[in-house]
Design a binder for this molecule. Structure first.
Ligand code: ZN
Length: 318
């Protein structure tokens, strides 16, 4: 029996999973990411997580084919090199070398958007598709692109950074230091910013009541609830968000001609409130009906990444 280990490393948690050779999950576990976030502590924690999963499920490490690792940041997957991971404060971290310190197994490292795309493609909303764009709309905006069944890597393996397409020149400041990136227009952070801006003109908004008068405490969940109550500020914030999202989606459709665009991450919980409007605007902006593609929310939630990381090992097996 062969086993595949997947690890989805995030700024807050590390998720781990082991799948058997028929790609059935055997065990999964989560551990907090060490607070100091330095590579030594993080990889030691990853090793602990792997050892405890293997011990609990009585899997001999001899039977493990390899480890798939997803990291939020710019990754050179040819060298398992994390070039930059802002929320881990990492620059040029050799993930392969660190993991080999503990485990003598092949390591496959990809960006977190990519492992999410692989997960949804093989186990979730993208089953049966081989041309997929996946966007994770959370604190930031991550993405993974699969074309003709293969991960889009680009010349130096840092392609598919959809979050940093410019959607709005002179728009809001992005985490990358530029202005008006897709991420700064269409992350969860952007959605709550739009709500706060709308409240200036609509101070009677339910959102202020939900947030006990503290604008900074407004969440996506509150916007969703207020939208259902026909609250004008929530409605307008979602409308602004959907319009900008549709601009990004149209760009991606023109470039990649996907069969499906999968939206995951925190904002995806607003579901049709956003996607209904975005779909309509995308439809109006296409050049030809042949470009139409499905725009849906992910099916696997926070498990998509770790499942995709297991699949990454499976797809690279000999
Ligand atoms: Zn940016």
């Amino acid at each position: 029996m062969n086993y595949y280990i997947g690890i989805d490393l995030g700024g807050t948690n590390i998720k781990g999973m082991i799948m058997n050779e028929t790609l059935q999950p055997v065990i999964s576990k989560t551990a907090p990411t060490p607070q100091n976030k330095n590579p030594e502590s993080v990889f030691s924690e990853i090793n602990n997580l792997i050892e405890s999963m293997a011990a609990e499920s009585e899997i001999d490490m001899e039977d493990v084919s390899g480890i798939g690792l997803g990291v939020p940041g710019l990754i050179d997957s040819r060298q398992n090199l994390v070039l930059n991971a802002a929320n881990l404060f990492w620059t040029d971290v050799d993930a392969g070398k660190w993991l080999h310190k503990y485990l003598k197994k092949p390591v496959y490292t990809e960006n977190d958007g990519t492992i999410n795309a692989l997960g949804e493609m093989y186990f979730g909303a993208g089953r049966g598709c081989s041309n997929i764009v996946l966007l994770t709309l959370g604190t930031g905006l991550g993405s993974g692109i699969i074309i003709d069944g293969s991960i889009l890597h680009g010349a130096s393996h840092v392609a598919a950074e959809a979050g940093h397409m410019i959607i709005e020149p002179d728009g809001a400041r992005c985490s990358c230091g530029k202005n008006g990136c897709f991420e700064s227009c269409c992350s969860a952070t952007a959605l709550t910013r739009y709500a706060r801006e709308r409240i200036k003109d609509l101070p009677d908004s339910l959102l202020l009541a939900y947030a006990s008068g503290n604008q900074e405490a407004i969440t996506g969940e509150m916007i969703s609830k207020a939208w259902d109550e026909e609250d004008p500020a929530a409605k307008q914030a979602v409308e602004i968000f959907a319009r900008k999202l549709s601009l990004g989606l149209v760009n991606l459709i023109h470039l990649f001609n996907p069969e499906i665009i999968i939206i995951s991450g925190g904002v995806s919980q607003l579901g049709e409130r956003i996607l209904g409007q975005a779909r309509e605007q995308v439809e109006n902006a296409l050049m030809h009906p042949i470009q139409r593609c499905r725009i849906v929310t992910g099916e696997l939630g926070i498990d998509a990444g770790v499942m995709g990381a297991c699949y990454l090992v499976y797809s690279n097996r000999n």
